[in-house]
Ligand binder design. Sequence first.
Ligand code: GLN
Length: 239
Amino acid sequence: VVSSDLVTIALVYPTVLGLYGDRGNALVLAHRARARGLRTEMLVIDPGEAVPRHADVYLLGGGEDLAQARVVELLRDDGGVAAAIRRDAPMLAVCAGFQILGRSFPAAGGIVAGLDLVDVVTEPGQPRSVGELATIPVGLGIPMLTGYENHGGWTTLGPGVEPLGRVVHGVGNRPGAGTDGCRVGHLFGTYLHGPVLARNPALADLMLQRATGMSVLPPMDDTWVEALRAERLGTLGLR
Ligand code: GLN
């Protein structure tokens, strides 16, 4: 939590964990912060560079199986993501980014050990989960989340791990579970691409509130975002 008006956004390994434009989540956070008169600093971390220890918010995106297996080793050696989760820094981890925080995930025809920071396990599943995903966030007081998913992994939450949302369209964590992602303190895991913060400004603002410690953010004009949301939810028969 910052006491100044500078919001530091750490985008972790976007060159590797950047599937489906997930780096857009960082742009959305920066844009919405600046619209509220806050200053922003974007820290784009390449593999081989240290993950900053004192960012206000951390973003991890999706990635291909092999990339994921490589990245998990680098992140384990670096320790910065683990430190951020230990101090309960706001973090958004999408798809591969979410899977690698767990105990294990499939890659290269085998099972790879994850960072073991969250009690979730991902196994290979068939068929691949591809398409629109809509969920109702659990206990966050924000409206339905929309995005799309594209993953081969099936994720099981350990006992005591809350999902980020209940699935109303699509698959999410695994067929039959009816849940998407996880919510552990200020960490959100999810299978939602979109980028998810572009599609869901309320989630972006919630992360911004947690990153800044501001209990209220001044409203901003989301006319076009809301029009697009309505259209997308309409195609799913959810509006
Ligand atoms: N490689 C992982 C899977 O297929 C994650 C894919 C992604 O990040 N979209 O399950």
